[in-house]
Design a protein around this ligand. Sequence first.
Ligand code: IYR
Length: 224
Amino acid sequence: MQDHDASPLNDYIEYSSEEMLQRSEDFYQNIKRRHSIRSFSSRPVAKEVIENCIKAAGTAPNGANHQPWHFVAINSTDVKKKIREQAEIHEQNFYQGRAGDEWLEALKPLGTDANKPYLEHAPWLIAIFSEKKGGLSTEDKNTNYYVHESVGIATGFLINALHSSGLVTLTHTPKPMSFLSKVCGQGDNSRPYMLLIAGYPSDDATVPHHATTKKSLNDIATFL
Ligand code: IYR
């Protein structure tokens, strides 16, 4: 390895084989209770919880540690209303034909449509942005690497953190998403990546059967 500053790995925790197996099983049992929810309660969620989850997302592996992401956490009623209005306009176009027949057919079992009341009902919307230029310091304007991969992994961490904290989420990608940059006051360097809705589920929240069918280990994995 090339010469570089480094300190010893001092926060690794080794578990016994039994504990490792148990923890992997526990993790699976917990994460399989994560569902995309489309009906949210308006019960408030403390800002500190969202802050912790975003801090967790910020630890994700990423290209050259430039951390090419920005999270805009929205609790403001006004901003949520604006996002809902804009998203629903785009979604109406999408569902009225822009999606195309095959895509609309694929979405049928999920029961989605152009109405997005949860964009106003849920306590928190988290708009995730990717940054083309950056660096270790927020002021840097160097090339960022593996931006899509990095922001995707950070988004996964964020979803996991929110789920583990006891909240439910929905990943939402209104198409096109450019309106989010304006509503969230983001400049040219950042691109909207995804909108996460987070909060408590409403009492009548449901999970579509289609979404609970998961491929088997044999289908998704090959061991050589
Ligand atoms: N963005 C739209 C459509 C949509 C697309 C996919 I792929 C989904 O898995 C779910 C929805 C919407 O939010 O309704």
